[in-house]
Structure formats: structure tokens, C-alpha cells
Design a protein around this ligand. Structure first.
Ligand SMILES: Nc1ncnc2c1ncn2[C@@H]1O[C@H](COP(=O)(O)OP(=O)(O)OP(=O)(O)O)[C@@H](O)[C@H]1O
Length: 620
């Protein structure tokens, strides 16, 4: 064999190996989800597999006895000879029907259990993967494929395996009936279905490749659909009147996908038709041979009836059996996407021997020569970056858009690790702490806080899920963030449902949602408080009021505030000015003004543009 042939063989072997692995993984997954139901359905399938063959053996008896009765006339004994096998056949049919309906019940129960199990696996993995997972298109493709692979495919796979088992049993029983007429008959029966099998496998592969290739396209469709149907985009869709633009983008993409799908469908139809013709020719030939045997008096009419039924049904079963194999192949390809997703390993993990996290920072948080580049990005956001945040102080970081402020927060929360350099808490590299334990030390108010559609109280309590029912603390966090009075005016106070997505929900304004998120951050009672643009949605009066409260609350804790508002930054103990991934100035408000650098220039510019001294613009 030449090297090309060897390569093909190796590839085929690897692909068969992957399919077998997927089958084993699927079986163990289904077993873990629905052990007893799986056992019950397997037993049932086995019995269902044997029943048709038993029923067929009575066919010959009935036909041969009919011939005898037709020749000898009616008598009680003769009628009995017909009635008994007929009654037995009826009994078997009844039993078959019983198993069919019970099978449906078992499959539904099993399907619910398996779907729930897979959903739980996907949920667990979605939370376990790195935060960075969600920032990359290829990962989102993986998640999407996993979902598509999961939806019904594992059970379809199991059903195909079950059906394969059942059909194999039936075929074995039927082949046993055919063997006495010649070994070549069951052989030809099986061979006749091979063209259909080959075509099915080939088309399954094409279908799978097409689906992989168009995953991103399908996500685009979901995105356009979201833009056109979501409450958060409804206002802009109307105002900018761009619905037609996205609708037509949706339709153009959809038309292309449908066209490609139709092309695949055409191939499938043609392939099936050719396979059916081949099978028909083989059946015709076998039947002609059998008819000749009867005419020659070698076989009886009963034999012919039995043969016809066995061959006819047998061919259907072989076809089904091979189609089961095809389906197993196709589903195992798709379900491979689920396993691929489940196997993604997070990179932000606990060290082997984690160091105990201090109860609060004693000395400082320090970025030492940190260089970081987002995966796939050409430029580093931070390069040899140094920053010290003294324990117990409020540190403000100001800087123009894209300077890298949010990135350093992501690094501090260990959503990413630096490519080089280290981030330390009291001299210990953050990578030496257990991730969850370290994060417990931190509370963050992100730039765009999430409105959770639950009660006002729970919205705050989500900051520390272990203290969900601590009403006193919930209220004190709400007071600290300045949202308590608003909540008290809601119809059911802290028990009022927020958001308009579900019945009886009340919506809040942008600034009120932000205060609620702030209350959530406070409720966590963490020693390191990080706030990314905490007052961006607040009016200047509210901001002033909030600052007073925050000073009291942050007392003794370490706070990092990222802001474009100088009225907020000026209150900090230390202000760091950041530009293009570097700290370019540091000091308190007065020191920085005296320095006459970037901070002082931006401050002056803002003061000039705002007689009310309520700063609206960033440092840029
Ligand atoms: N997930 C990402 N992948 C690649 N590049 C990113 C990613 N997130 C941010 N960046 C890039 O990193 C740089 C710093 O972004 P960052 O969000 O940290 O800036 P910022 O200072 O917080 O800006 P702003 O004040 O506008 O919020 C930007 O140039 C941005 O394009």
C-alpha cells in the first residue's frame, strides 16, 4: 500500500475511533442521567426486536394450513390448525402495540431527564470556563455548537443505538428463517441495502461540514433577530428607523443558507432514489428465483409467502439498520461539539497548594512590570505596567478612552492573568491564592451593571448570596448607595419585582439601576472595593450626595475608583493618570494641579467648559 493509501486508512481509523469515543461518552452520559429508564427501554427494544420474526413464522403455518384446508374441506381440526396460529399472531401484534405505547412513555421520561442533565452540564461548564471565553467569537461558536449538538442529539443517538439493537435482533431472527433456503439469500438481503448506507454516510458528512461552516452565520441570524425583537433595542430601532436595514441583512443571509440547504436536500433525494432502484432490482431478482422454485415444486406456497414477507420486511429492516448506523454517525459528529465544549479547561485555576487569602489587605496591591495582551490581539494593552494601591486608601484612576483602565480591573479580579510580570496582594502573587477565595475579598461595580429581573431586595442580596435573607444589611447597603428611599416608594417596597420583562415588574431609571448595583456591591462587605464609572448615570447632585456616603463606607477599606469625572477623582487619596497603558502622573488633587501636567490641563479645560463645576467630560 502506498503512503497516500496509508494516510487515508489512518484518517478513517481515527474518525472511527472518535465516533466510538463519542458513543461511549454519550452512553455514559445517558446512563448517568436516566439509568433505570435506559435499562427499561433497552429490554423493551430487545423484545420488540424478536416479536416480528416470531409472528412471521406463523405466517407460513397459516398459509400452508389454508392450502390443506382448501384441498381437504372444512373440519373442526382443520379450522383449529388455522385459528391457533392466527390467534397467536394476533396476541403477538397486541403485545407489540403494548410495547410501542409503553416505549413512547419511557422515551419521553428519558428525554426529559437527559435534556435536564445536559443543560446542567452546559450551565456548569459555562460558569467554569474563563471569563475570556465570552469575549471571543470562536468560543461563542463552540458554545452555540454545543447547544445545537445537545438539543435532542444525545437522545437521537441513543434512539438510533436502541433501534440498531432492535433491528439487529429482528434481522438475525429473519436471517435464521432464510438460511434453510440458501445462505446467499440473507447475504444478498444485507448487500442490497449497502448503496443506501454509503450514500447516507456521505451525505451526513456533508451536512455536518456545512453546519460547522455556517455556525457563525447562524449566530448572525440570532443577533439580527435579537436586535429586531428585544426590549433593550426597541427604542433605537424606532428612533433611528434601521429595522429594514437589519431585516434585509437577516433575509439575505437566511436566503443564502436556505439555498445551500436546498442543494443538500436535492443531493439527498437523488442519492436515496438511486439506492432504492438498486434495492428494488435485487429484491426482484430474489423473488423471481423463489417463484421459480415454487413452480418447480421444490418449495411450497407457504414458503413463498414466508419468503416474500421476510425478504420484503427484511430489506426494510436492513435499510433501517444501516440508516441507524448513518444516524449514529451523524449524531456522534454533532454531539462531538458538546463534548468538545465540555472538555474546555479553564486556565484561571487554583494552584496546587493555595496560600490563605488575608482577611484584608494590610500593605498594598501592586502591579509589577505587568505586560498583557488580549488573546489574538496584536498590541499589548499594558506593557511593563507598574501601579501601587496602598491598603485602606481610595485610589482613583483617570485616563482617556481605551487607556486600559477596565483591563487592569479584569486583571485584578483574575479574569485574565498577565503574560509577564505579577500582581501582588501584600507581596503574594495573586496566582498563589484559590480563585474563588480571592474573589471573595473583592467587590466590583462594573461599568454597565446588570439589571436583574427579581425583587429589589434580592437585586441587592445577590452581592452575597450566602446572606440572601439579611434584611437589615440589605437596607443599610441600600441607604449607603442612596436607593433606599426610592425602594420604599415602590408598591411592595423591597419585595417589588423590578424590570418589565415579567408580570408586575416596575422599571427604574438608569441612575437608579446604577445605585441599586452599588448597593449590591456594598452588600458584599468586601475589603477591596472596585468601582468602574460608579456615577456615570447619576446627576451631579446625586453624585455629590453619593460621594459623602461612599467616603464613610470605604473607611478602612481599599478602594479603586475608575472615573472620567474629576469631581469624583479629586476626592481620592491618590489619583493615577493613565494614558496608553501607562501611569503618567500620580499624586493627590492638589499635587497634580501643582504639577501642571495632563491632569492639570484637563481639569482646567473642564472647569472652563462648566461654570457649575459639574464635570461632564473625560480627561481626553
Ligand atoms: N476583549 C478584548 N479583546 C481585545 N482587545 C480589547 C478587549 N477589551 C478591550 N480591548 C482593547 O484594550 C484597550 C484598553 O481597553 P479598556 O477597556 O481597558 O480601556 P478603558 O481605559 O477602560 O476605556 P474606557 O474609558 O473607554 O472604558 C482598548 O484599546 C481596547 O480596544
Amino acid at each position: 500500500m502506498n503512503s497516500q493509501g496509508l494516510d487515508i486508512l489512518k484518517r478513517k481509523f481515527r474518525s472511527a475511533n472518535t465516533i466510538i469515543n463519542h458513543l461511549i461518552q454519550t452512553l455514559s452520559l445517558v446512563w448517568a442521567a436516566s439509568g433505570y429508564w435506559t435499562l427499561a427501554s433497552m429490554v423493551m427494544l430487545l423484545v420488540q426486536g424478536i416479536l416480528p420474526a416470531i409472528s412471521l413464522t406463523f405466517t407460513r403455518q397459516v398459509v400452508d394450513n389454508l392450502v390443506v384446508v382448501a384441498g381437504n374441506g372444512l373440519s373442526v381440526a382443520n379450522v383449529q390448525k388455522i385459528l391457533i396460529p392466527v390467534a397467536l399472531m394476533a396476541g403477538i401484534m397486541l403485545l407489540g402495540e403494548f410495547f410501542n405505547s409503553s416505549g413512547e412513555w419511557i422515551r419521553t421520561a428519558q428525554s426529559e431527564l437527559v435534556n435536564d442533565h445536559i443543560t446542567a452540564l452546559i450551565h456548569n461548564q459555562s460558569v467554569a470556563v474563563d471569563y475570556g471565553f465570552y469575549e471571543y467569537s470562536e468560543y461563542n461558536d463552540k458554545l452555540n455548537r454545543a447547544r445545537e449538538g445537545a438539543s435532542g442529539r444525545s437522545l437521537a443517538l441513543l434512539e438510533s443505538i436502541g433501534s440498531l439493537l432492535k433491528n439487529s435482533v429482528t434481522l438475525l431472527a429473519m436471517a435464521t428463517i432464510l438460511i434453510p433456503y440458501g445462505l446467499w439469500l440473507p447475504t444478498i438481503l444485507i448487500i442490497s441495502a449497502f448503496p443506501a448506507f454509503y450514500i447516507l454516510m456521505y451525505l451526513s458528512k456533508i451536512q455536518y461540514q456545512w453546519s460547522q461552516r455556517t455556525t457563525t452565520d447562524r449566530r448572525w441570524l440570532m443577533y439580527y433577530d435579537y436586535l429586531l425583537t428585544n426590549s433593550s433595542t426597541a427604542a433605537e430601532v424606532r428612533l433611528f428607523d434601521f429595522a429594514n436595514h437589519f431585516q434585509s441583512a437577516y433575509q439575505i443571509l437566511r436566503r443564502r443558507l436556505v439555498k445551500e440547504q436546498f442543494h443538500l436536500l436535492k443531493l439527498q433525494t437523488l442519492g436515496r432514489f438511486i439506492a432504492a432502484i438498486i434495492a428494488l432490482i435485487i429484491t426482484g431478482g430474489a423473488l423471481a428465483w423463489m417463484g421459480r422454485q415454487v413452480l418447480l415444486g421444490i418449495l411450497t406456497l407457504g414458503d413463498l409467502a414466508l419468503f416474500f414477507q421476510v425478504f420484503n420486511q427484511g430489506q426494510g429492516i436492513v435499510k433501517e439498520l444501516l440508516s441507524n448506523i448513518g444516524k449514529i454517525y451523524r449524531n456522534s459528529l454533532f454531539i462531538g461539539n458538546l463534548f468538545e465544549f465540555l472538555q474546555i479547561q479553564p486556565t484561571i485555576v487554583d494552584p496546587e497548594n493555595p496560600v490563605a487569602v488575608p482577611t484584608k489587605p494590610q500593605k498594598e496591591i501592586r502591579f509589577r512590570q505587568v505586560t498583557f495582551r488580549y488573546p489574538g490581539a496584536t498590541e499589548a494593552v499594558l506593557e511593563n505596567f507598574n501601579l501601587t494601591i496602598p491598603a485602606g486608601k481610595i485610589v482613583a484612576i483617570v485616563g482617556d478612552n481605551g487607556a486600559g483602565k477596565s483591563t487592569l480591573i479584569k486583571l485584578l479580579c483574575r479574569f485574565y492573568d498577565p503574560d509577564s510580570g505579577r500582581i501582588e496582594l501584600d507581596g503574594i502573587d495573586l496566582r498563589n491564592f484559590a480563585v474563588k477565595e480571592f474573589r471573595r475579598l473583592i467587590t466590583v461595580l462594573f461599568q454597565s451593571p446588570i439589571p436583574y429581573y427579581t425583587t429589589a431586595g434580592e437585586n441587592i442580596a445577590l452581592g452575597d448570596i450566602t446572606a440572601l435573607s439579611n434584611q437589615v444589611e440589605i437596607e443599610s447597603a441600600a441607604k449607603a448607595s442612596g436607593i433606599h428611599e426610592k425602594i420604599m416608594r415602590l408598591p411592595l417596597g423591597y419585595n417589588t419585582m423590578l424590570g418589565k420583562l415579567f408580570p408586575d415588574g416596575t422599571d427604574l431609571s438608569g441612575g437608579q439601576w446604577q445605585r441599586l448595583a452599588l448597593a449590591r456591591a456594598f452588600f458584599r462587605r468586601a475589603q477591596i472595593i472596585i468601582l468602574d464609572e460608579p456615577t456615570s448615570a447619576m446627576d451631579p447632585w446625586a453624585e455629590y450626595d453619593w460621594l459623602e456616603r461612599f467616603r464613610t463606607l470605604a473607611e478602612g477599606r481599599t478602594a479603586v475608583v475608575i472615573t472620567h469625572r474629576f469631581t469624583l477623582a479629586m476626592q481620592a487619596d491618590i489619583i493615577h493618570v493613565m494614558r496608553a497603558g501607562r501611569i503618567v502622573e500620580s499624586g493627590n488633587h492638589d499635587e497634580l494641579l501643582a504639577l501642571g501636567g495632563l491632569y492639570a490641563q484637563s481639569w482646567k479645560a473642564q472647569m472652563e467648559s462648566s461654570s457649575s463645576q459639574k464635570v461632564k467630560n473625560g480627561i481626553a
